[in-house]
Write a protein that binds this ligand. Structure first.
Ligand code: URA
Length: 467
């Protein structure tokens, strides 16, 4: 067992939170305790890894003792043969033990009262700007929201990329600043530090290039290792399903949600999940600054119905898990959530009153016919936004703040032939043709009389009790 080191970080009034370092300890690690080839054979032959084997594997892989080709063979064997619940839990714990673990149990407000902490994770979708209104909304009820977020890769956007379109806003936050901001504002949205689950950093990049991303135990352990290491007491998961989601079917989304709820629960984190629709984009924008603008409409008490509904549903879950009985819609109506948003943006160097950047070029795609819009595909809109410059193909690529797509209509709306259906935004007009190509066949208009049954926004709720 690795020795556990703990370093406390003091907030302004002496309130503390800490990093528990259960990190890889070269002195305690025996590179010859196991053989990577035996572990690969075990998974290839449908066996189950022991917790000691998983611990060794993650430490050895992080230290470069297990080679990438051995880890990719093992990941493929896991993808093909799966893992048991106990095995996935031990694998996840082993990943966490390769890095730092945050601990907010000493977080208090100015009066010395302990602050509950709640985190949220979305498996990613098109137009998913929910973290932006959600974090300040929940914080406005006195619950601390330490939200470590990522940048986008592929067709789904990243929360940090969106927030970076606000002039001056900084994603990099020290631990001390995070604690002070949680105490003074209640919410922080920041980039993960290098020390958080280094095994996942390596393994996720490897899975990306070896066709081993789409394994439920590997996805669940990757997400939950980071979320558990982030140290919040409660966690609410938004597991998306549909064309714009990682999990295309509701069966796969439900299995992923159950696996993640089980992992969180087994690690002592109160965890619930909502399974939500991602067949069509969320709200009326997909991109960076365009999504911030929409999030601010929601914080101002307006915004698209689906964004408001999902923000309030997730906020209700988060508040309930922190023991707060409140109707989240109230602080959207009375401006308290907007006040917290402004404070949150200012605390990270941003100017919440500054105008958001606008694209130099706009291109409108008209509705092909008059009638009811029956379909507008999330994946196609995500690819179009990406091709306009809102997303990146490789981790190190820059993104354009101004690139994105606005939806002038949503499925179920009446449209008129020739009236705008979608507006494309970019600084680089040479990108428009490829974005238009992505949208070919992505929408359908039917006559007014067509009976249309739209899927619900929230498909299901998964709790630990129901596992
Ligand atoms: N997001 C993650 O962090 N990990 C995965 O494996 C998939 C999505």
């Amino acid at each position: 067992m690795n020795p556990q080191r703990r370093s406390a970080v003091n907030g302004t009034d002496g309130a503390t939170a800490a990093f528990d370092h259960e990190a890889f300890n070269p002195e305690a690690f025996d590179p010859e305790a196991f053989d990577a080839v035996d572990l690969i054979r075990c998974k290839r032959d449908r066996g189950e890894l022991t917790p000691a084997q998983s611990r060794w594997l993650m430490q050895a892989y992080t230290a470069g003792v297990v080679a990438d080709e051995q880890m990719s063979a093992l990941a493929m064997a896991v993808l093909l043969n799966g893992m048991t619940r106990a095995e996935t839990a031990a694998w996840t714990e082993a990943m966490i033990a390769t890095g730092e673990r945050m601990n907010f149990s000493g977080l208090t407000d100015d009066a010395g009262t302990r602050l509950p902490t709640v985190d949220k994770h979305s498996t990613g979708g098109v137009g998913d700007k929910i973290t932006l209104p959600l974090a300040p909304l929940v914080a406005s009820y006195g619950v601390a929201v330490p939200q470590v977020s990522g940048r986008g890769l592929g067709h789904t956007g990243g929360t940090l990329d969106k927030l970076e379109s606000i002039p001056g806003w900084q994603a990099e936050v020290s631990t001390r600043q995070m604690l002070n901001q949680l105490r003074q504002v209640g919410a922080v949205v920041a980039a993960a530090g290098e020390g958080l689950v280094p095994a996942d950093r390596k393994l996720y990049a490897l899975r990306d290039v070896t066709g081993t991303v789409e394994s439920i135990p590997l996805v669940a352990s990757s997400i939950m290792s980071k979320k558990i290491a982030e140290g919040a007491e409660s966690l609410v998961l938004d597991v998306k399903t549909g064309s714009g989601a990682f999990m295309k079917t509701s069966e796969d989304a439900a299995e992923l949600a159950r696996t993640m709820v089980a992992l969180g629960t087994d690690a002592g984190v109160r965890t619930t999940a909502l399974i939500t629709e991602m067949g069509t984009p969320l709200g009326r924008s997909a991109g960076n600054a365009v999504e911030v603008a929409e999030a601010m409409e929601v914080l101002a008490g307006g915004g698209p119905d689906d964004v408001v509904e999902l923000t309030c549903a997730l906020a209700a879950e988060m508040l309930a898990s922190a023991g707060v009985d409140a109707d989240p819609a109230e602080h959207l109506r009375n401006g308290r959530a907007m006040d917290t948003w402004r404070a949150m943006i200012r605390a990270q160097g941003g100017d919440p009153e500054a105008p958001l950047p606008q694209a130099k070029h706009q291109h409108t795609i008209p509705a092909p016919d008059s009638g009811v819009l029956t379909h507008l595909d999330a994946y196609a809109v995500g690819i179009a936004a990406w091709r306009l410059g809102a997303g990146r193909a490789r981790k190190e690529d820059p993104v354009s703040s101004v690139a994105g797509v606005n939806l002038c209509a949503k499925p179920g709306d009446t449209v008129t032939a020739g009236a705008p259906l979608l507006t494309l935004h970019t600084d680089d007009p040479s990108r428009i043709a490829r974005a238009e190509q992505a949208l070919e066949g992505a929408y359908q208009v039917a006559c007014q009389e067509t009976e249309l049954k739209l899927p619900p926004l929230i498909h299901d709720r998964i709790t630990a009790e129901a596992l």
